[in-house]
Design a binder for this molecule. Structure first.
Ligand SMILES: *[C@@H]1O[C@H](CO)[C@@H](O)[C@H](O)[C@H]1NC(C)=O
Ligand SMILES: *[C@@H]1O[C@H](CO)[C@@H](O)[C@H](O)[C@H]1NC(C)=O
Ligand SMILES: *[C@@H]1O[C@H](CO)[C@@H](O)[C@H](O)[C@H]1NC(C)=O
Length: 332
């Protein structure tokens, strides 16, 4: 049995024993939304949309002011024509100018954003808009600390929205909050996470081959390049676009990217390339190939099962998110 730098052959013949994936709940996107603490304005939006969880930036509250108290009434359907809403909105604006003073209420709060690092325009906008009388003054907080927008030429405000030019991961990755204030009161928006998406290249170093006996188990390591956020792993067999199909004998870990083949057959002989795909930018990169060959000195006998892919002893998950627990055992 030989060991290559990027691969490890199993010391015994294994056969899959258990493959278990528990999937429940929603997508990663929903997880991001669900795990965010919800502010007052966000709750109002969800109510307005009823069954739909899509936050529409077009729908706007109609506000009525009486004896200093404000109530917010939402259009029954967010699909109402925009022009009709604008009309209502401008009438309201006119009326509110004459009405009493009131503290700020968010119309738009910043959303989580993922910025592709290699995009040509290095500019990002985090939206924020509030209504109040007198009109609100906006400030922004990054990681809880107020930023001096005047002091850094990269920052500018368009109404309440923050524009950052020449944006970079080193200086701008963090949690953003918008603050709107007037003489009546101050409100602080929900937290919006600004992240950066990238996918580096694999090390170009050629990978050693792996040689196993027929019936033996083998692990081919992916060793992914630097990336953000998550990546999806797959393996190309011999030539693109022929992919390794997962079955009871073959397993691709979405934690490490490693490919597990139990009980190697003559048909498994060939060249294996790990393909990784960034879930945000869809950029893909390929690893150098790892050749798999069969030894000719015999076939492995029977062997007891051994769990090769474990899941952690504890997994922290928010309610409603997707949890995937990986388990794969080899044996013959
Ligand atoms: C970013 O890089 C990926 C490959 O890494 C490429 O597919 C994509 O087109 C690039 N985008 C831009 C805007 O350069
Ligand atoms: C943009 O930022 C980088 C560092 O993140 C800096 O080296 C470069 O000079 C900046 N460009 C401009 C036009 O300010
Ligand atoms: C904000 O906090 C995160 C996590 O601690 C850190 O990685 C990031 O650099 C901080 N961002 C800024 C702009 O200070």
């Amino acid at each position: 049995m030989q060991k290559g730098p990027s691969s490890l052959s199993m010391g015994s013949p294994w056969k899959p024993f258990l493959l278990l994936s528990i999937i429940s709940g929603l997508s990663d996107f929903a997880r991001a939304v669900a795990s965010r603490p919800m502010s007052y304005a966000a709750v109002l939006r969800l109510k307005a949309d009823g069954a739909s969880s899509v936050l529409s930036s077009r729908s706007r509250p109609r506000q009525h002011y009486s004896s200093g108290l404000e109530t917010t009434e939402w259009p029954a359907f967010s699909s109402q024509p925009l022009s009709a809403l604008r009309l209502i909105s401008s009438q309201e604006d006119h009326r509110s100018e004459e009405s009493e003073e009131f503290g700020p209420v968010f119309i738009q709060e910043p959303d989580d954003a993922i910025f592709p690092l290699n995009s040509t325009e290095k500019k990002v906008m985090l939206q924020c808009e509030a209504r109040s009388n007198p009109p609100p003054v906006y400030r922004w907080l990054i990681n809880g600390t107020e930023v001096d927008i005047e002091a850094d030429y990269r920052y500018s405000l368009i109404d309440g929205s923050l524009i950052i030019t020449n944006v970079s991961e080193v200086t701008d990755h963090g949690t953003y909050q918008c603050r709107a204030a007037n003489s009546v009161g101050v409100i602080l928006s929900r937290e919006a996470l600004l992240q950066f998406a990238y996918l580096g290249a694999f090390s170009g170093k050629s990978r050693g081959g792996v040689s196993v006996r027929e019936g033996q188990g083998v692990v081919l390591m992916c060793i992914p390049p630097p990336h953000s956020p998550e990546i999806i792993y797959s393996w190309v067999f011999n030539e693109f676009p022929s992919f390794v199909a997962e079955d009871s004998r073959r397993f691709i870990s979405q934690d490490t990217g490693n490919l597990y083949i139990s009980k190697v057959q003559p048909s498994d002989v060939g060249s294996y390339i790990c393909l990784v795909k960034n879930t945000v930018t869809n950029a893909r990169v390929l690893s150098p190939p790892t050749p798999l060959t069969l030894k000719t000195d015999g076939v492995m006998g029977e062997y007891e099962p051994k769990i090769e892919v474990h899941f952690p002893t504890s997994v922290l998950a928010a309610k409603g998110v997707t949890v995937r627990l990986e388990c794969f055992a080899l044996g013959k």
